[in-house]
Design a protein around this ligand. Sequence first.
Ligand code: HEC
Ligand code: HEC
Ligand code: HEC
Length: 54
Amino acid sequence: CAACHDPAEVAKSTADRGRKNPHISPHWGTEVPCWVCHKEHAKDENYCLICHTW
Ligand code: HEC
Ligand code: HEC
Ligand code: HEC
């Protein structure tokens, strides 16, 4: 994914939306593999919400 989407740029694009940014966290920075949340042939899911209730 990173060949086309720079993780730092993706994190910047979803900052300041009035909710927690899934693309950068105090736990793993920008290092969570994209496919943990984005699935090609299934609904996306927000891994952060396994533990958080935002
Ligand atoms: C060959 C280049 C390329 C690769 C590789 C690529 N993408 Fe994309 N992706 C794009 C382009 C171009 C767009 C549409 C323009 C944009 O939103 O930046 C896009 C859009 C998206 C979107 C937004 C879709 C929407 O509904 O708004 C997501 C999420 C995404 N890509 C995730 C991924 C993930 C996850 C991977 C790896 C499994 C990946 N991309 C690999 C080029 C690529
Ligand atoms: C922890 C879960 C999670 C991970 C990991 C993740 N994403 Fe996302 N992604 C989301 C969520 C949730 C949204 C919707 C954000 C919003 O609407 O505020 C999103 C939105 C996007 C978008 C659309 C951005 C826009 O401007 O609307 C793109 C592109 C994208 N992700 C690409 C990626 C790529 C590339 C990676 C890996 C570097 C990645 N994501 C990793 C959860 C994740
Ligand atoms: C395995 C459980 C777990 C997952 C998954 C998880 N977190 Fe957390 N997170 C915690 C715990 C525990 C704390 C510290 C207690 C607290 O402040 O809630 C924390 C604290 C935080 C904080 C600082 C406190 C706050 O609420 O502002 C942020 C920001 C955060 N996490 C973001 C994320 C993001 C973004 C993701 C997804 C990429 C994520 N977390 C995924 C468990 C998790």
